[in-house]
Design a protein around this ligand. Structure first.
Ligand SMILES: [Cu+2]
Length: 145
């Protein structure tokens, strides 16, 4: 049902204005240790248009792609899936280590430093935005300057 609704939303987005208002920068993934079957991606979204919402991300490097945030449970930090991430008009929203991120689950192969991953960000109003994200080192905390 959720996917059906998403498909309906996407069908209504005119291609010509798709993502014209979204500036994506500083995207990167972390290399995955051999034993890991999930990886995280980070990026910054600047919204020059009206209020919008990041509702999904898509990539062919993993079987599932989810939007995640970090929450504190007692004194333990845990990841939790979120249905969407708000990107208000004029706001700059950073998906960064320790906060919101894109989670790639069931990686088809390890993420290797130096590789580039194509990710489609899906916004409720401005549609799909394709970004190329470099894979940095295992513990990378920020994009390369
Ligand atoms: Cu996560």
């Amino acid at each position: 049902m959720k996917n059906l609704m998403l498909a309906a939303v996407l069908a209504l987005v005119p291609v010509a204005v798709a993502a014209a208002d979204m500036e994506i920068s500083g995207g990167f993934l972390r290399a995955s240790p051999k034993v890991a079957n999930a990886g995280a991606g980070f990026l910054t979204i600047k919204n020059n248009g009206p209020d919008d919402t990041l509702v999904a991300a898509e990539a062919d490097i993993s079987r599932t792609v989810e939007l995640h945030t970090h929450i504190m449970e007692g004194d333990v930090m845990r990841m939790r899936q979120v249905p969407s991430i708000a990107v208000p008009a004029g706001a700059t929203v950073a998906l960064k280590p320790g906060g919101d991120h894109v989670m790639f689950i069931k990686l088809k192969k390890p993420l290797v430093e130096g590789d580039t991953v194509r990710v489609a960000l899906v916004f409720a109003k401005s549609g799909k935005k394709l970004v190329e994200m470099p894979v940095l080192g295992v513990g990378a905390m920020a994009p390369k300057p």
